[in-house]
Design a protein around this ligand. Structure first.
Ligand SMILES: Nc1ncnc2c1ncn2[C@@H]1O[C@H](COP(=O)(O)OP(=O)(O)OP(=O)(O)O)[C@@H](O)[C@H]1O
Ligand SMILES: O=P(O)(O)OC[C@H]1O[C@](O)(CO)[C@@H](O)[C@@H]1O
Ligand SMILES: [Mg+2]
Length: 320
């Protein structure tokens, strides 16, 4: 029986657990022998690998984070440690890999493929939604719902005190979480790396709104802009309104996966096993314009992520 190993890597994302479960269940159905690598790339180097049992993957589907645990590994950048990881796989008869993670994890596995020719399939899982070629990455819907709940709570106190709240979302260099959250919570300001902002215009617009009775302000800022603290001070001085900053932080990564993340996890996992069974060597599973497909890792690595035009257009007026 051919050995296939499944791992999670990089920032954890809701949907990783259902993806692991589906990948194991479907691999068994396909006559493969699934293994689980714990602790991501670090575990691959340290040989933290064992054959998957049904118990390993039962009762995990609804849990946030990753039961396999994850890591960011400096050692994996060095050939010596990748070779150690390869030897670990060889000993167990593993010759196919499924990596559930983000762009960094895919780059890592592509380097591993270049070194040792071990085929892999990548399942996009990162709240950043920053993987070129796919409209969707596991974890994004759960994170958006988490952010929505937080903003709804913040709105309660903002209205009670007639204050402005600047809310910083994660996403690394990508403004997707900030934009969708600004739209879904009716925020007044949205500052993201993808859109130029104009504070003078924002000031003029909001001063007029305040004259017309606006009592509070919600501003959503993507962490990639590094603008949250500055904007908070700017509001105090320029709009003469009390302002507070809330950095949502890692709360955005937690929580039970939403229905969307569970279903997408299932689809991506089945597609990943099928892709490897079809003889593909280094493909990333994608979901583009409502259709499931695959993309070459080289294309994913060399393309800049582009955000949906419609979302950009809908948000434009919130940055001026
Ligand atoms: N070019 C590379 N060569 C070897 N290893 C790499 C390379 N790029 C990334 N890695 C490894 O992949 C790990 C995961 O990447 P990274 O930390 O960027 O997270 P990610 O998978 O992009 O997920 P997220 O962005 O959601 O946190 C890195 O910590 C590093 O160990
Ligand atoms: O968990 P860490 O290592 O602090 O990394 C935080 C980063 O990971 C992410 O949550 C996912 O990539 C980013 O949005 C954020 O910038
Ligand atoms: Mg990443």
């Amino acid at each position: 029986m051919e050995g296939i190993a499944i791992m999670t890597s990089g920032g954890d994302a809701a949907g990783m657990n259902p993806a692991v479960k589906s990948a194991v269940d479907y691999s068994i159905k396909q006559g493969l022998k699934p293994f689980l690598i714990r602790n991501g790339l670090r575990g691959m180097i340290d040989g933290d690998i064992a054959e998957a049992t049904r118990e390993d993957v039962s009762g995990i589907l609804h849990r946030g984070g990753t039961v396999l645990r994850s890591s960011r590994s400096k050692r994996f950048f060095e050939y010596e440690y990748r070779k150690q990881a390869y030897d670990n796989l060889q000993k167990l008869g593993i010759n196919k890999l499924i990596v559930i993670g983000g762009d960094g994890s895919f780059a890592a596995l592509n380097q591993f493929y270049a070194d040792f020719g071990v085929p892999f399939a990548g399942i996009p899982a990162t709240i950043d939604n920053d993987i070129p070629g796919t409209d969707y990455c596991l974890g994004v819907d759960t994170a958006l719902n988490m952010i929505r709940d937080s903003i709804d709570s913040i709105r309660d106190t903002a209205t009670s005190f007639s204050r402005a709240f600047v809310i910083e979302t994660m996403g690394r260099h990508c403004g997707y979480l900030a934009m969708v959250s600004a739209l879904s919570s009716g925020a007044e300001i949205c500052i993201v790396p993808e859109l130029e902002y104009d504070l003078d215009a924002i000031g003029e617009r909001l001063r007029k709104d305040m004259k017309d009775g606006r009592g509070y302000i919600l501003a959503i800022v993507a962490e990639g802009t590094n603008m949250a603290e500055y904007l908070t001070r700017w509001i105090k001085v320029n709009l003469n309104m009390e302002a507070r900053l809330t950095v949502l932080g890692h709360v955005q990564r937690g929580g039970s996966p939403t229905v969307r993340d569970r279903i997408m996890a299932y689809k991506f996992a089945v597609a990943a096993v099928d892709s490897l069974q079809a003889g593909n060597t280094n493909k990333i599973m994608i979901y583009k314009d409502g259709v499931l497909g695959t993309e070459d890792i080289e294309t994913v690595n060399s393309t800049k992520v582009e955000l949906n035009d419609q979302i950009l257009q809908l948000c434009e007026h919130l940055s001026k």
